[in-house]
Design a binder for this molecule. Structure first.
Ligand code: SAH
Length: 442
């Protein structure tokens, strides 16, 4: 039976979603953009100024890493920045349909890969756990399909605050911190539907079993290096103390070549580039794992294919925010360079995309799913929320074209060797990969 026909049985879960409009991070300029006049001296600014005074200007990557994930003062570590009351909104927080379609994608890939007896769902940067919750609801609803499969959930999260929220969302309990020294798992529990769930700070710590990986709006927060082409060649953009203003930071150019310059392509034609070596390390780790054990990775983010230049920006309270002002109080982000991710794959696995969110969700059957939910909801405010959510996700002027989907799959998946060979055929034909072409579900 078609999964989307079955989807009629799924519950409507729209009540908790955000009331639109809120600002999504893929956007460059919010209509309510206001200049930030004051520059409060935050604990993070004091820490950075001390650091710069001691050892000199820092790279943008070092700045981003400190500001976002410093264990004592980092922006991500102790707050919930998502949703209406936070700084930005993401697709899973807008509509339940987003996570449901991603859930179908994983089940579809699990089937196409030969229905393994067990798999791990590994999510990088799970935010509030909303996306995982929507995916798990699909897994429960498709229980008859997945009934003999042993599933476990593995969340990679650096934020103490968000991991607490994820635990409440997914297990409905406060999960205590693990005490056992030496274990990379810092929290462990069981989801509402009885699936074991574990938390890690680093992908490297997740067991290397057969896995499906998910990263939604994760790569854009990884630290980037920025470079400017000058008559003397490429120079890295650094952050220094501004001699003009007390307690102010400014961008400067490195006086000579810096080590990160090795990441710039020798035939680069842009005059400003951003490179994210941490993204390369994570892609290589994913490729190594998929090459070794199979599975797949689905990466969704806003980004470009090696064409954009200066995309580094900040968000605070649903407004664009100067990245150097009041560090630690605002989100910092940069567009994901999918051409760089593809290069980092180095042919070890197959990559698909990037395709636009609009195309991916359309191929996954978003229109059918919307209709099912609309038919089930009599309440006008819920119907309006569903329609507004659909528009936000799909409209090319909103998230539809700015956000992209990119997948990593074992080479065998695309040449059909993992399929059961049909006795009539000498060569099996692989089923198309859903989202990147229309969902075809048996
Ligand atoms: N995927 C979620 C949240 C996106 S926000 C959604 O779409 O709603 C980015 C997420 O990545 C947050 O959960 C943040 O705490 C986490 N994060 C940021 N840097 C990280 C890092 N270096 N390692 C692991 N998680 C990180």
């Amino acid at each position: 039976m078609c999964a989307l026909a079955k989807a009629g049985a799924w519950s409507l879960n729209a009540a908790a979603r955000a009331v639109i409009p809120c600002l999504w991070r893929g956007k460059y300029f919010s209509s309510g953009k206001e200049p930030v006049e004051n520059n409060p001296v935050t604990p993070m600014l004091r820490h950075l100024m001390y650091k710069i005074k001691s050892t000199g200007p820092i790279t943008v990557a070092e700045y981003m890493k400190e500001v976002l994930t410093n264990p004592a003062k980092g922006y991500y570590v102790y707050r919930d920045m998502l949703g209406e009351k936070g700084d930005f909104i993401t697709s899973p927080e807008i509509s339940q349909i987003f996570g449901e379609l991603l859930g179908i994608w994983f089940v579809s890939e699990w089937m196409a890969n030969g229905k393994s007896a067990a798999f791990q769902l590994v999510e990088l940067g799970p935010g509030r756990g909303t996306l995982a919750e929507d995916i798990l609801r699909v897994f429960s609803q498709l229980g008859s399909v997945l009934k003999n499969c042993e599933i476990s959930i593995h969340l990679v999260e650096v934020s103490q605050k968000l991991s607490e929220i994820q635990a409440l969302t997914l297990t409905e309990e406060k999960v205590p911190l693990e005490r056992s020294a030496g274990s990379p798992v810092y929290m462990k529990g069981v989801t509402k539907s009885g699936i074991p769930i574990s938390w890690y700070r680093d992908l490297q710590d997740v067991p290397k079993g057969y896995s499906f990986y998910l990263a939604h709006e994760f790569f854009d927060v990884l630290p980037i290096h920025k470079f400017q082409k000058t008559p003397q060649g490429w120079r890295e953009v650094l952050i220094d103390i501004d001699p003009q203003g007390s307690d102010k930071l400014r961008f400067v150019l490195a006086p000579c070549a810096t080590p990160a310059q090795a990441f710039i392509q020798h035939d680069e034609t842009r005059d400003h580039v951003e490179v994210c070596p941490d993204a390369g390390v994570i892609i290589q780790e994913l490729c190594q794992r998929i090459e070794l054990t199979g599975g797949a990775a689905l990466i969704a983010d806003y980004g470009h294919d090696g064409t954009k230049t200066d995309t580094f920006r900040g968000f605070c309270g649903h407004k664009l925010h100067d990245v150097l002002i009041a560090p630690g109080t605002a989100d910092l982000t940069a567009d994901v360079d999918f051409s760089y991710l593809r290069r980092m794959v180095q042919g070890r696995v197959a990559s698909l995309g990037p395709v636009t969110q609009q195309m991916f969700l359309k191929n996954m059957g978003i229109d059918v799913r919307l209709k099912v939910l609309l038919d089930k909801s009599a309440e006008p405010s819920l119907r309006q929320q569903l329609l507004q959510g659909y528009d936000m996700l799909m409209n090319p002027k909103k998230m539809g074209e700015r956000f992209n989907f990119f997948a990593l799959l074992p080479h065998q998946r695309l040449c059909g060797r993992s399929q059961q060979i049909n006795a009539q055929q000498s060569k099996p034909s692989p089923s198309p990969v859903a989202g990147f072409s229309e969902l075809a579900w048996q």
